[in-house]
Design a protein around this ligand. Structure first.
Ligand code: AMP
Ligand code: GLY
Length: 421
């Protein structure tokens, strides 16, 4: 089989490595992929949102199955376009990807179907939002409605800060059209858990839970990033909580989407907060998380391609989805300065052992050699019998990944270790 994967980060590298394990797979094309992915797939210089050329490429190259990984092509209808051209796909159609594409949509969906989430108000008028903030409980959370590269969420500790955030979004178009509608919601507290789930629109098969580390610095200090590391499973996510989430959140969400005639097929990401009043949804993503995927897929024992195709075909109920009862830790190495400005173009080298454990996010090939090309550069994952060992091994392996301005957090997994104790 010839496969196509749309996207070019660490997540896509992890997906491609897992897909390659299926003996039926002949060639995997990555659009656009990256310098590291080029070790495992044929990278083609077509951008992830260039839907017209993606479809043309897939048709010309007789692609048997496509996987659309990032949020923007999903929200823009890449799956619709590929399926309309007769190419079966993993991922939701645009009318279901809206669950991530519009926070106003997802909040209204949760309210309508009684799915636990932070209470909220939606505004399309700046003055109304500012007036509301005169009396809203503080701290409060201001969110741009649309996609904003993970930067559209402001936790405001004061009214002034909240007002500045809505003004930036609504009047100053800080996130373009994404911020013309804002959601202002209740500030929740509690441990956060990421749960990715396979679904064919009828059945949900949650993957092993994980914990992201979003802040740039140790002990959760500094700016929010795309994620500086992950561990799986998440120790806060007990079996009882998992059962509760299935009953109160996962199944109701899938059923709600079906009822709204927006059947969701693919990977649905539940960003959860375990509040004193029970688990609540912080956000939905219409795709695999990054770097969550870099710890979750290395623990998957069942065949990824078989599961993905079952999601497409509606046969997930009879398809096994099994995970190893082990622990994984992923350490991200980023360019110093990320998530703000940073230098790139530095030579990236990896020892053989490190390379086998590393997913490349931001590097390109120049004269056959890897050079850094992004903020997050690599994610190095170790799987071991205990969390402690997985953390130690991930850091040891990641020491074999070298580039000039590299930085990583030194405490990935420490919060989870404390929770276990
Ligand atoms: P999101 O992009 O929606 O995942 O939000 C980014 C981060 O902001 C989340 O991972 C949480 O840590 C935090 N956050 C979002 N919504 C809330 C909320 N209602 N209460 C507290 N923290 C929140
Ligand atoms: N790691 C968070 C995300 O993928 O959105």
């Amino acid at each position: 089989m010839n496969l196509l994967v749309v996207g070019g980060g660490g997540r896509e590298h992890a997906i491609i490595r897992s897909l390659k394990k299926n003996p039926e797979v002949e060639t995997i094309y990555a659009l656009p992929g990256n310098g590291g992915i080029a070790q495992d797939a044929v990278c083609v210089g077509i951008g992830a949102t260039d839907i017209e050329n993606i479809v043309a490429f897939a048709t010309e190259n007789k692609i048997d199955y496509a996987v659309v990984a990032p949020d923007d092509p999903l929200v823009l209808g890449c799956v619709d376009a590929l399926e309309n051209a007769g190419i079966p796909c993993f991922g939701p159609r645009a009318n279901a990807a809206i669950i991530e594409g519009s926070k106003a949509f997802s909040k209204n969906l949760m309210k309508k179907y009684g799915i636990p989430t932070a209470s909220y108000e939606i505004f399309t008028d700046l003055d109304a939002a500012l007036t509301y903030l005169d009396t809203a409980p503080i701290p409060t959370v201001v969110k741009a409605d649309g996609l904003a590269l993970g930067k559209g969420v402001i936790i405001a500790q004061t009214r002034e800060e909240a007002k500045q955030a809505v003004t930036d979004m609504m009047a100053n178009a800080k996130f373009g059209k994404s911020g013309s509608t804002v959601v202002i919601e209740e500030f929740l507290t509690g441990p956060e858990v990421s749960v990715l789930a396979f679904t064919d629109g009828k059945v949900v098969r949650p993957m092993v839970s994980s914990m992201d580390h979003k802040r740039a610095g140790d002990n959760d200090t500094g700016l929010n990033t795309g994620g500086m590391g992950t561990i799986a499973p998440n120790p806060y996510y007990t079996e009882d909580i998992a059962k509760q989430c299935m009953k109160e959140i996962f199944l109701p969400t899938i059923r709600a989407m079906k009822k709204e005639r927006r059947t969701f097929k693919g990977c649905l990401y539940f960003g959860l907060m375990l509040t004193p009043k029970g688990p609540k949804v912080i956000e939905y993503n219409c795709r695999f998380g990054d770097p969550e995927t870099q710890v979750v897929l290395p623990l998957l024992k069942s065949d990824l391609l078989t599961i993905m195709m079952a999601c497409t075909n509606g046969t997930l109920a009879k398809t096994p989805v099994r995970f190893a009862r082990k622990h994984a830790c992923c350490v991200i190495k980023a360019s110093a300065g990320y998530p703000e400005s940073y230098k790139k173009g530095f030579k990236l080298t990896m020892s053989d052992r490190a390379a086998k454990a590393t997913f490349v996010a931001g590097a390109k090939l120049e004269d056959g050699k890897l050079v850094t090309s992004g903020g997050r550069v690599t994610g190095t994952t170790a799987v071991r019998g205990t969390l402690e060992d997985a953390i130690t091994a991930a850091y040891r392996l990641s020491a074999g990944v070298k580039f000039r301005n590299a930085y990583c957090r030194s405490d990935i997994g420490q919060k989870a270790l404390q929770a276990k104790k």
